[in-house]
Design a protein around this ligand. Sequence first.
Ligand code: BES
Ligand code: ZN
Ligand code: ZN
Length: 498
Amino acid sequence: MKFEVISTNLEDIKADYLIIQFFEGAEVPEVVLTLPESIKEEIASPIRAGCFKAKLGQVLLVYPKSAGPVRCFLLLGLGSKQDFSLESLRQAHGYAALKVKEIGSKDMAVPIPNIPPYTASEITTSVVEAISLAFYKFNRYKSKAEDGKYPELIRLVVGSNTKNACDAAAREAAIVSEAVKLARDIANMPSNDIPPKRMAEIATEVGMASGFSTKVFDMEILERMGMRGIVSVGKGSSNPPVLIVMRYDGGGDTYAVVGKGVVFDSGGISIKPSEKMEEMKYDKSGAATVIALMKAVAELKLPVRLIGIVPAVENLPNGNALKPGDIIKFRNGKTAEIISTDAEGRLILADALAYASEMKPKAIIDLATLTGACVIALGTHASGLFSNNEELADKLIKAGERTGERLWRLPLWKEYFEQIKSDVADMKNVGGRPAGAITAAAFLMNFVDSNIPWAHIDIAGTAWTQESSPEKSYIPRGATGIGVRLLVEFLKSEIKRG
Ligand code: BES
Ligand code: ZN
Ligand code: ZN
């Protein structure tokens, strides 16, 4: 799939599909006026007849009677103008893409509408991301690929005065979308095909192709580095744990991102009930996002230094596994009593965050499918945000509003730290059921240098969509790749600020 920005009159466009966007209740958009009289009438008549009301995501196909350069006009509803946002724009264009996918097409053309106060580049970015991501399908394990009739070429039609800006926006959005798809691929992969070692190989391969370096620490080195959190969780599986450290150097400030990479979470000795246990292959979603973010940032050549840290483990019970009651010591010297081996994410992130702190970055952000409690608190409509720094939290929330990846901040008051006090160690890894998402974040905060702005993003509710949930247009069922666009947006805003 290729995106191309052109600036031509609509009547000169030759395509299988030409999208025409409408607002609810508004008259025929300006672009239509440039089309030949007969086609104008064919487009206007279903609107007059009340068949097309331009509700958000509504699609109506109009095949002109006489053959012309456009085989089909795809009328697309943007919903009401008052409720317009980049997210509604993405949703609408995702639905247009799904329609095209259903029928199959070689190429399509999409005019970039002028919708102040948004700039043409912002509109372009959202349109490209929505279309590209809506066409995603995890096909790797199908012996016959299902629906491969994706358009090879998607032309974006822009005004000549915005051509250069839209060109750059489309190029960048295509890079970011490919990265999101990589995140989805990694998270969707079954654990039998992506043990920790394989995840490290994937990171290495992606780094070589995209321009970042990768170092992999194996179990023996981890022992020597005092990373008993990662070792203890990983030793219950015959697929040993690794720590993956990726570095991209574009000059400028250093940021560290840490992703939970549990390739499968059975719960370990505190084993989970078997219902829906298959979903625990998604427990590596934070890691998938971090690897994909490295790819995006390197390919965009952003002027930052980015360190990606992924502790990768498989949480299984065997005769060597971590047990409740065990006490372990982490990289920063602190100790924890294990109450549940199913609260494993915080144990591997503890070492990774301590390690990240040693590099003294300007900020540390971690992403993790950390707690079921976060899903109870926020459902699937927002990721949980926890931070020791107001400014960082605000910047991330703003970035999420722009990319449609909402964050909702929860507090880290000192009372929550009381909940995870232990009689026999510095802390325990579970603080009971109340505020489970917060006590998990409080546990993590013990491993971050308090002078470094840190944010923890709990993506347990947003990293994948379930079998039962309806397909959102540009987020098909399965792994969502959450956080890639969010953190690209955040880093870009940091660069602008200078
Ligand atoms: N990976 C899970 C969290 C999870 C559960 C994410 C369901 C998405 C959906 C995590 O390792 C875990 O098992 N957490 C426990 C913690 C508990 C033992 C304190 C949980 O949330 O139940
Ligand atoms: Zn668990
Ligand atoms: Zn887990």
